[in-house]
Design a binder for this molecule. Structure first.
Ligand code: MG
Length: 185
């Protein structure tokens, strides 16, 4: 079995009057995140981490901001493409860990919801998704939300080989059982 790590980073500026979406979850707040898509900074960082782990480029190479198709897009679509790319490369997600840096809103009260939604999108258990947040504290980034993400992937080849071997044994057994049946008759 082989493993890969991936790292992703993203930032978006806060903007009044737009909905705030983080980790695929809508959060009540005075400001949302500006961006060509829904501005989901956390899903963008995770998407880049997944693509980076299999050297498949970055979110911009699949979904260029210049393309009007992605205006206001649900960022779960971007993450789904990254999941397709890692599967094509023969990998699946083991776990992901993230840290966001933003002045507000507080993420801790929403962390369980975010963890559950991100876990669904990554096809892992919520216990495999780390969601953490810090305040900017002297970085001067109060008007932005920043997200860092690291992912660990494992190869699916071994499991696939085992499943194929198991299927072969099953079919041989069923042929033998069919043969037994004939014998009884
Ligand atoms: Mg982004």
């Amino acid at each position: 079995m082989s493993f890969r790590i991936g790292y992703g980073y993203d930032s978006h500026e806060f903007k009044a009057g737009v909905p705030l979406v983080i980790g695929g979850v809508s959060l009540e707040h005075t400001h949302g995140l500006a961006g060509h898509s829904d501005g989901d900074v956390l899903l963008h960082a995770i998407t880049d981490a997944l693509l980076g782990a299999v050297a498949a480029g970055d979110i911009g190479s699949f979904f260029p901001p210049s393309d009007p198709r992605w205006k206001g897009a649900n960022s779960a679509v971007f993450l789904a493409e990254a999941m397709r790319q890692i599967a094509l490369a023969g990998f699946r997600v083991v776990n992901v860990d993230t840290t966001m840096i933003l002045a507000a809103p507080k993420i801790v009260p929403h962390a369980a919801r975010l963890r559950k939604r991100v876990a669904e999108l990554l096809n892992v258990a919520p216990g495999c998704v780390g969601i953490k947040a810090k305040t900017p504290e002297g970085t001067g980034t109060e008007n932005a939300a920043i997200a860092h993400a690291v992912v660990l992937l494992e190869s699916i080849q071994l499991e696939t080989m085992l499943q194929e071997a198991e299927a072969e044994v099953d079919s041989e057994l069923s042929v033998m059982r069919a043969g037994d049946g004939e014998g009884v008759q």
